[in-house]
Ligand binder design. Structure first.
Ligand code: AMP
Length: 378
């Protein structure tokens, strides 16, 4: 089977690597150049979306910030999973919030802001502190403002107003004001759903971010009640979208009660641990789902942690004595994810020791969250 992935980054690359044993041939549509490329070598295989669609049995996506006209063309082909609505919803916080409400899952109270009046009403109704997020093109904490009790409200509004007036998205852009959730930790759930509505759901991972970017994810065991809550929310959201593929949901955990932060209609960075820690990894399960193949077990076979390699950092080869390293063959740039390290152990205590061993090999300013991750397990 030939699968065309919209987007030619590391997620398409890892899908290609996971699909090879199933004889799935993955190509990637690079939305910037308009070329169809090999997701691992980036060799150009063809030109133009129509050409890519013609040669594909199935189309899927590795990111959600895709132009609506591209999504429309893919949807019209009848081969696109999880499809136009799911991708549009994942890329637009306004649609995402409406979906969460429709699915009846808990999420932060919010208000859509398009003008100063909306902004003042949000402050009056939700109160401070407020987090303000752009509806479109927001990821890894980009396009966000924080309004605290001592903030200069007029200055923040001026900035938001300027952002809205100059947005390349024009009238489609808006800002979502959200209550500040006093969470204890951030967790995420990854699961696969097929066209019949069967699901395979991985255990929750605990995520530590640095400067808005995921730093470490740990999948080492979870409270059953919290896992059950997350799975119920996953099913509600996936069923509402009639979703096919892997879907990721990020949550705030407030004293054991989950609130959805956001969804990602695709394989997700916090699911990279499944490559070594689960029976069948998220990349293979996504392909199985979108290709109509039986889903694989999402069973966690051993406690695993994933450490992101971000920016211009040094990873000594000795790390390979303890871990699996996945490079993305990308030029290092500040803030750019260029690889990740998966670390496995027989139990949580052994994983804590391994995290400490690996922290000793790495520069802790370049990998700031490893010790924190070890502390969460201890
Ligand atoms: P996001 O891009 O929505 O994932 O936000 C980036 C980060 O900001 C999250 O990982 C949280 O750490 C924090 N954050 C986002 N929304 C909220 C909220 N409503 N309350 C508290 N913290 C938040």
């Amino acid at each position: 089977m030939n699968v065309l992935v919209l987007g030619a980054g590391q997620l398409a690359r890892m899908m290609a690597l996971a699909g090879a044993p199933l004889n799935l041939k993955i190509s990637a549509y690079d939305v910037r150049s308009g070329n169809v490329v090999h997701p691992v070598t980036l060799d150009v295989l063809g030109h133009g979306l129509e050409n890519g669609i013609k040669n594909a049995d199935v189309i899927t996506a590795e990111f959600e910030h895709i132009a609506p006209d591209v999504l429309e063309i893919c949807q019209a082909s009848g081969k696109f999973y999880p499809g136009e609505t799911a991708i549009l919803t994942g890329g637009d916080r306004r649609l995402e919030k409406a979906l969460l409400d429709k699915a009846g899952v808990a999420n932060a109270r919010y208000q859509v802001i398009t003008c100063r009046d909306d902004f003042d009403v949000a402050i009056a109704n939700i109160g401070l502190p407020l987090i303000l997020k752009s509806a479109l093109d927001g990821y890894d904490g980009k396009g966000q403002w924080r309004l605290k009790p001592d903030s200069d409200i007029d200055a923040v509004w001026l900035d938001i107003d300027n952002f809205l007036k100059t947005s390349p998205q024009g009238a489609r852009q808006c800002v979502i004001a959200e209550e500040f959730v006093p969470f204890n930790r951030e967790v995420s759930l990854i699961g696969a759903r097929n066209a019949k509505g069967d699901v395979e759901i991985y255990p929750l991972t605990e995520n530590i971010h640095t400067n808005g970017i995921l730093s470490v994810s740990v999948a080492a065991g979870e409270n059953d009640a919290v896992q059950a809550q997350a799975e119920a929310m996953f099913k509600a959201v996936a069923d509402t979208l009639d979703y096919v593929g892997v879907l990721a949901i990020e949550f705030f955990d407030v004293g054991g009660n989950l609130k959805v932060n956001e969804i990602a209609p695709r394989v997700h960075n916090s699911g990279h641990w499944t490559q070594q820690g689960a029976e069948v990894c998220q990349f293979e399960n996504h392909l199985r789902a979108v290709c109509g193949l039986p889903l694989g077990s999402a069973h966690r076979i051993r406690p695993t942690a994933m450490i992101n390699i971000v920016g211009e950092v040094t990873v000594p080869v000795e790390v390979l004595q303890h871990a699996h390293v996945h490079w993305y063959d990308k030029a290092p740039r500040p803030g750019r994810k260029i690889g990740h390290i998966n670390l496995c152990a027989d139990n949580a205590a052994a994983l804590t020791d391994k995290l400490r061993d690996i922290a000793a090999l790495l520069d802790t300013t370049e990998f700031p969250a490893i010790k924190e991750a070890a502390a969460t397990l201890a």
